[in-house]
Design a protein around this ligand. Structure first.
Ligand code: GRF
Length: 216
């Protein structure tokens, strides 16, 4: 018997599915989604991009694509809860079917996840639950693993925690440093993100209470 359902999203009646992307850095994951969404057959399109800081390349990519952007810095709010609520409200303005944390380096809070939990996904440059946190590639290298990789997961309240949607392996090579390894992981990560987000958008998805994610 199938396990009970925590969250279910059916395929959208009128594609493309709307994506709000959250970014903090160079935005190569965002760019991969923008490129994929240019083809109507992909079934999903980024409609807005939010950042936790100004002046980043990811925002420039969004502006170049003609998308609305917003920046919410934690430092501009009295506390994290106020920031989290403002982020929720800003994202809600764009009525997303899916929120993609595409290299977004902030932990989403309770209010945000009450509104968008189940439809918020994140990528991490390691094979979770190993090496969560800010430095997935560096930590895997320092530990001496021979295989690492990347993980796409449905965001839950903890650091890099949540039901796993997909993972891909990347071997650690002789002579790797953090940058070389992270770059190789990011190549795989972008492909995985585009592939899985497209599937989710076109077919819908279900998150079960036992952490399993099925598409459809
Ligand atoms: C990705 O490896 C992501 O998993 C990590 O930071 C990187 C972001 O890259 N959190 P980009 O900004 O999409 O180029």
């Amino acid at each position: 018997m199938a396990s009970p359902v925590l969250f279910r999203q059916l395929s959208p009646p009128s594609p493309p599915a709307r994506i709000v992307a959250l970014v903090s850095g160079s935005g190569t994951n965002l760019q991969a989604l923008l490129d994929a969404g240019a083809d109507p057959a992909y079934g999903a399109a980024v409609v807005a991009v939010g950042a936790d800081r100004p002046g980043i390349l990811a925002l420039k990519r969004a502006e170049d694509a003609g998308l609305p952007t917003f920046v919410l810095r934690i430092a501009d709010f009295p506390d994290r809860t106020a920031w989290d609520r403002a982020l929720r409200d800003e994202v809600a303005k764009h009525s997303p079917d899916l929120v993609v944390s595409a290299g977004y380096m902030k932990l989403l809070g309770q209010d945000f996840l009450e509104a968008f939990g189940g439809r918020t996904v994140n990528t991490h440059p390691a094979l979770l639950p190993s090496f969560p946190g800010m430095h997935g590639a560096r930590d895997a290298l320092a530990y001496g693993v021979k295989i690492t990789g990347c993980t796409l997961f449905a965001v839950a309240a903890g650091v890099d925690d949540g039901p796993i949607i997909a993972q891909e392996a990347v071997p650690v090579l002789e002579g790797d440093d953090e940058d070389k390894l992270h770059e190789r992981i990011k190549n795989v990560e972008r492909r995985m993100l585009v592939h899985q987000v497209g599937r989710m958008a076109r077919e819908g998805w279900t998150i079960h209470t036992d952490r399993k994610v099925t598409i459809p």
